[in-house]
Design a protein around this ligand. Structure first.
Ligand code: NAD
Ligand code: DAU
Length: 333
C-alpha cells in the first residue's frame, strides 16, 4: 500500500489523520474535500507537498471520485456533514453527502477493487441511560435519533451491503466524541473555549447531564490506521478510550483550566431529541488489533487543546461570528 485517498481530509478528524499518517508511515495521501464551511486548506499547512495533495471536489461527483479511486491503493472515507444541530435545521446536505457520497465511493471501490475504510459514529446506536451498565459493542442494534445519525447509519448499511453483495473490500469503524486541534468552533469544546477566549460565557444545553465518551483525535487516527493496515474485511470496530464525562463536568473543567470560576456558564435551550449518553466498549479493537489509546489523561489533553486554540486564533477566528449567528437563530445562546 503506497497511496491513500482520504475524503474529508481538510476537516477536523480527517486532517488529524493526514498529519498522523505523514508522521508515522511512508504513505502518500490525496485529500478529496469540497472545502465546505468545515473544511480548511490551512488544516493541511506544513505537510510535505511531495506526500500530500489536495483535490477540491465533491465526494458525490461520480466522475471525479472514479478517477481518484482508480489511482489509490486504499480509501479512507471521513467526508460527511457532521453536526447534529445543523441536521436539525437543514437535513438536506446530510442526505446528499452522507448517503449519496458514500454510495458514490462504494461504486468506484467496487469498479476498481480498491479497499475502503468507512468512518462512522457511535451515534448510530442511539443513546444509553445514565445508569446502564452496558456500553455499545459491535453487535448493539442500530437506533439513530437525529437526521445526522440516521444518515450515518444508512451509510454504514450501504457499506455492509456492498461487502456482502458485491465483495467490496471494506472495513468500518464507529468512534465516540473526538476532541483536539482543528475542530470547528460549532462543536462543544471549541465553542466554549473560544467563547471564553473572547470574554464571553460557556453555554450548556439543558441541565448538562448528557454524557459523551471523549477520545483524542490522534488516538482515533492511530486506530483507523491500524484497521486500514490490519483490520479484517467486512468487520466493524468500535473506537473509544473510556472517556465518559457529563457535559457539565467538561464545561467546569474548561473553566478551571482557563483560570475562571467553575460556575461561569449559562444553561441554554436544549437540543431537540438530545441523546443522553454514549459509551463505547472497544474490546474487539484492543484484543484483535492490539490498539491502545495514548491520551489517557483527559485533563492534560484538554489543556493542550485549549492552548492550541489560544495560539491559533487566525485558524478559528474566520468561523466564529457566523457560527454564533447560527446559534442565535437556533436559540442556543
Ligand atoms: P468535519 O465537519 O470537521 O469535517 C468534515 C469534512 O468533510 C470537511 O472538511 C468538509 O469540507 C468535508 N466534506 C463535507 N461534505 C463533503 C462533500 N460533499 N464532498 C467533499 N468533502 C466534503 O467533521 P469531523 O468531525 O472531522 O468528522 C469526520 C468524520 O468522522 C465524519 O464522517 C463523522 O461522521 C465521523 N465522526 C466524527 C466524530 C466527532 O466526534 N467529530 C466522532 C465519530 C465519527
Ligand atoms: O459521538 C460521536 C459524535 O460526536 C459525532 O458523530 C459527531 O459528528 C460529533 O459532532 C459529536 O456529536 P455530539 O452531538 O455529541 O457533539 P457536539 O459537540 O455537538 O455536542 C457535544 C455535547 O455537548 C452534546 O451533548 C450537546 C452539548 N452542547 C453542545 C454545544 C455546541 C452543549 O452543551 N453546548 C454547546 O454549545
Amino acid at each position: 500500500m503506497r497511496q491513500l485517498l482520504v475524503t474529508g481530509g481538510a476537516g477536523f478528524i480527517g486532517s488529524n489523520f493526514v498529519h498522523h499518517v505523514v508522521a508515522h508511515t511512508d504513505l502518500s495521501v490525496t485529500v478529496l474535500d469540497h472545502l465546505g464551511y468545515a473544511g480548511h486548506r490551512e488544516s493541511l499547512a506544513g505537510l510535505p507537498e511531495a506526500r500530500v495533495g489536495l483535490v477540491v471536489g465533491d465526494v458525490a461527483d461520480a466522475e471525479l471520485v472514479d478517477r481518484l479511486v482508480a489511482q489509490a491503493d486504499a480509501v479512507v472515507h471521513f467526508a460527511a456533514e457532521s453536526h447534529n444541530d445543523n441536521s436539525l435545521s437543514d437535513p438536506s446536505p446530510f442526505v446528499t453527502t452522507n448517503l449519496v457520497g458514500t454510495f458514490t465511493l462504494l461504486e468506484a471501490a467496487r469498479r476498481h477493487d480498491v479497499r475502503l475504510h468507512h468512518i462512522s459514529t457511535d451515534e448510530v446506536y442511539g443513546d444509553l441511560e445514565l445508569d446502564d451498565p452496558e456500553r455499545f459493542t459491535e453487535s448493539t442494534p442500530y437506533n439513530p435519533s437525529s437526521p445526522y445519525s440516521a444518515t450515518k447509519a444508512g451509510s454504514d448499511l450501504l457499506v455492509r451491503a456492498w461487502v456482502r453483495s458485491f465483495g467490496v473490500r471494506a472495513t468500518l469503524s464507529n468512534c465516540s466524541n473526538n476532541y483536539g486541534p482543528r475542530q470547528h468552533v460549532e462543536k462543544f469544546i471549541p465553542r466554549q473555549v473560544t467563547n471564553l477566549l473572547d470574554g464571553g460565557r460557556a453555554k450548556l444545553y439543558g441541565r448538562g447531564l448528557n454524557v459523551r465518551d471523549w477520545i483524542h483525535a490522534d488516538d482515533h487516527s492511530s486506530a483507523v490506521l491500524e484497521i486500514v493496515q490490519h483490520g479484517r474485511i467486512g468487520e466493524t470496530y468500535l473506537v473509544g478510550a473510556d472517556g465518559e464525562r457529563s457535559n457539565r463536568e467538561v464545561v467546569e473543567l474548561i473553566l478551571t483550566l482557563m483560570g475562571l470560576p467553575s460556575d461561569a456558564y449559562d444553561h441554554v435551550t436544549d437540543r431537540a431529541g438530545h441523546d443522553l449518553r454514549y459509551a463505547i466498549d472497544s474490546t474487539k479493537l484492543r484484543t484483535e488489533l492490539g490498539w491502545t489509546p495514548r491520551y489517557t489523561d483527559f485533563e492534560q489533553g484538554l489543556a493542550a487543546t485549549i492552548d492550541w486554540y489560544r495560539e491559533n486564533e487566525a485558524w478559528w477566528r474566520p468561523q466564529k461570528e457566523a457560527t454564533e449567528a447560527r446559534y442565535r437563530e437556533l436559540g442556543h445562546v
